[in-house]
Ligand binder design. Structure first.
Ligand SMILES: *Cc1c(COP(=O)(O)O)cnc(C)c1O
Length: 403
């Protein structure tokens, strides 16, 4: 390996071990997943699908991709899947192209209220290609289902989309699915954040309510960076497959698909279920502790919660994120419901426990993390002291290269 690259790789390895990783969309993959991603599978061109490739020599690649598809369908109890999307955003673009025509109407939650860029943000392809209307959150920070129903009846969208990036509560898929049926819309679920929770049975499944489901594989599902698309509808999977190739992508990343297959097998175990239960428990313990300490944190039913740093400490999310980086705690600023700051400033931060729980973090440590963050942002804990408290926790966690 080139020395300069090796140097930065070693530094990044240290950073991952020395920091408390609280970014809700991140995780640490198993060694087996990483081995597959870095394997000779990357050498192979295999445009097309198993049994229908545009290149020779795909007999073993075909078996790996079929295995990935079968394991994925088994994990989420559905009939059809495509494991080739390069990312969650690509999966959404492909799903939209499969089920909508240009200009069709998509009813979704905005980025500001917890949705994703690809859910119709003006700076994203989704708002350029489709007509976007949004439903919203109620005062309690939860989806306002009655409002959603009213807007759906008024706007008659082709597609209703649920599944978010910064939403700490469970989603009532059955209820939204019924609304979609009533107005003749397709129901799409983007479970990028909560796929691991759904796989473990800790969050209700989008099936049988959803017509099409997209996801990333690298968040709570703990697999390689990538996307997937699922459905029970044979007509929809045909359209998805065609929209992906030849529509949008060329050769699939078969090394990543190998890593995905490994991830789906790992997620279908009692150990993974226990892991996800611990994620949700750690998240709840930490959020509860913030409120006990007098801070303004959302409640949580998932792997993440939102902390209002402006109201709690007089600090914007941007400043809080930078301050926590000084003491080796990694978070991201995030818009809160009714946020009055700009998107790159924000009123708060998003915290999640999928990554640290993979390293073996327990409840007691989750509580300590709330206390360190609270007192450091409040200004009554000095930097050296905070750093040594963080080190005490990280020293006790599994090293990321050994997971
Ligand atoms: C993370 C995320 C995505 C996009 O995933 P990328 O792999 O970063 O493109 C899409 N939808 C939701 C809800 C997400 O949280």
């Amino acid at each position: 390996m080139d020395k300069k690259i090796a140097h930065y790789l070693a530094l990044e390895n240290n950073r991952q071990n020395e920091c408390l990783e609280l970014i809700a969309s991140e995780n640490f993959t198993s060694k087996a997943v990483r081995e597959l991603c870095g394997s000779i599978l990357t050498n192979k061109y295999s445009e097309g699908y198993p049994g229908k490739r545009y290149y020779g020599g795909c007999q073993h690649i075909d078996e790996i991709e079929k295995l990935a598809i079968n394991e994925l369908c088994k994990l989420f109890n559905c009939k059809f899947a495509n494991v080739q999307p390069h990312s969650g955003s690509s999966a959404n673009m492909i799903a939209y192209r499969a089920i909508m025509n240009k200009g069709d109407k998509l009813l979704s939650l905005s980025l500001e209220e917890g949705g994703h860029l690809t859910h119709g943000s003006p700076v994203n392809f989704s708002a350029k290609d489709y007509t976007i209307v949004h439903y919203g959150l109620g005062k309690d920070g939860r989806i306002d289902y009655e409002m959603l129903e009213k807007i759906a009846h008024k706007e008659k969208p082709q597609v209703i989309l649920a599944g978010f990036s910064a939403y700490p509560y469970q989603i009532d898929f059955a209820r939204i699915g019924k609304i979609a049926k009533d107005v003749g819309a397709l129901f799409m679920v983007d479970m990028a954040h909560i796929a691991g929770l759904i796989a473990a049975g800790v969050h209700p499944s989008p099936f049988p309510h959803a017509d099409i489901v997209t996801s990333t594989t690298h968040k709570t599902l703990r697999g390689p960076r990538g996307g997937i698309i699922l459905t029970n509808n044979e007509n929809i999977i045909k359209k998805v497959n065609f929209a992906l190739f030849p529509g949008l992508q060329g050769g699939p990343l078969e090394n990543i698909i190998g890593g995905k297959a490994q991830c789906f097998i790992e997620a279908n175990t009692p150990e993974f279920r226990k892991y996800i239960e611990n994620v949700v428990l750690n998240t709840k313990v930490c959020a509860d502790e913030f409120r006990k300490l007098g801070a303004f944190s959302s409640e949580t039913e998932t792997h993440l919660f939102l902390l209002n740093t402006k109201k709690s400490y007089g600090l914007t999310g941007k400043v809080a994120e930078a301050k926590l980086e000084e003491i080796n705690i990694t978070v991201n600023k995030n818009m809160l419901p009714n946020d009055d700051e700009r998107p790159n400033t924000t009123c708060g931060i998003r915290l999640g426990f999928a990554a640290l729980t993979t390293r073996g973090l327990d409840e007691e440590e989750a509580r300590k993390i709330a206390s360190i963050i609270h007192h450091y942002l409040k200004g009554d804990l000095i930097k050296e002291k905070a750093l040594s408290k963080v080190k005490e926790i990280t020293d006790n966690l599994k090293r990321v290269e050994l997971i």
